[in-house]
Design a protein around this ligand. Structure first.
Ligand code: SPV
Ligand code: MG
Length: 290
């Protein structure tokens, strides 16, 4: 069974899948161990990993290379964040071919203009594409996939751009018409009200995807009550968690003048060995090195 088919099956079985952001194979392996249903190859996280803002600065090749590496070390389905699709519908065709081959199970493509500005930035420049043009990009994506289970998720940034619910619903319906498999509705509102209101007003046939980065109070219990959200993407929690731990540890080492105190509060090396699956390599050594 393809990983895309597994992702669809999991969604059908549980009604709601939990997808954790990953910026590396290691973070994806931790997400798998923790019990997530999939990983989000986040543009924000990979940009941050390179020390860059999420503004179409990292290339498709950089993102693909990381996705391929992630796919090599986890069995979890990967939802790829392809931003605006790296250009027009022709770029999208190329991107879908490459992402599918690299091991993605799904892509999320957003209706902003290239180069994009990260969604959560205060007063970010948020220009949206004409609806017809974005419909063309969705149709191009659908036509380019080879596995019919590969998911094309259309993301509208209408709420992010401040255009309101009516425009967001209008765009979402247009993207259903274009053949998308799911609709991602994004919001930077600090409370879940905007997303809950959209979900209640949504009469479209397709299920919704949300990214509760700005509105952390919308937990799975509340999401399930809305009834039409099938995927939660924890969009920047991996890099934020890693950064929290590194900041704290680095500060303490400087303050303490050494590692004598922090060493007991961070993972022992043996635990890193376990996650790296050093045992497998040792077994291969015992068998093959002569
Ligand atoms: C990402 O993780 O790259 C996203 C989610 O697209 S957000 O940064 O909230 O736009
Ligand atoms: Mg992104």
């Amino acid at each position: 069974m393809s990983s895309a088919k597994r992702l669809r099956a999991r969604m059908a079985e549980t009604g709601l899948v939990h997808v954790m952001a990953a910026h590396s194979p290691f973070s994806a392996m931790l997400a798998e161990e923790a019990g997530f249903d999939g990983v989000w190859a986040s543009g924000f996280e990979l940009s941050a990993l390179y020390g860059l803002p999420d503004m179409s600065l990292i290339s498709m090749t950089q993102h693909l290379d990381m996705l391929r590496a992630i796919a090599g070390r986890t069995r979890l389905p990967i939802v790829a964040d392809i931003d605006t699709g790296y250009g027009n519908a022709i770029n999208v065709i190329h991107a879908i071919t490459e992402y599918e081959r690299a091991g993605a199970s799904a892509v999320v493509i957003e209706d902003k203009t290239f180069p994009k500005v990260t969604s959560l930035a205060a007063e970010g420049r948020q220009d949206l594409l004409r609806i017809e043009e974005f419909q063309g990009k969705i149709e191009a994506a659908i036509s380019a996939r080879s596995d019919p289970d590969f998911l094309v998720i259309a993301r509208t940034e209408a709420l992010i751009a401040g255009l309101g619910e009516v425009q967001a619903l209008h765009r979402a319906h247009a993207y259903v018409e274009a053949g998308a498999d799911m609709i991602l509705i994004h919001s930077k509102s600090k409370t879940p009200c905007e997303i809950e209101s959209f979900a209640r007003a949504w009469t479209g046939t397709l299920p919704l995807v949300i990214v509760p980065n700005a509105y952390p109070d919308l937990d799975a219990k509340r999401v399930k009550m809305l009834g039409n959200i099938r995927m939660i993407i924890y969009g920047n929690y991996s890099i934020r968690a890693a950064a929290t731990a590194m900041q704290e540890t680095f500060r303490r080492i400087i303050a303490d003048g050494g590692v004598q105190n922090v060493h007991k509060d961070i993972l022992p090396v043996d635990e890193i060995f376990r996650i790296q699956k050093v045992e497998e390599v040792k077994a291969a050594e015992a068998r093959f090195l002569r």
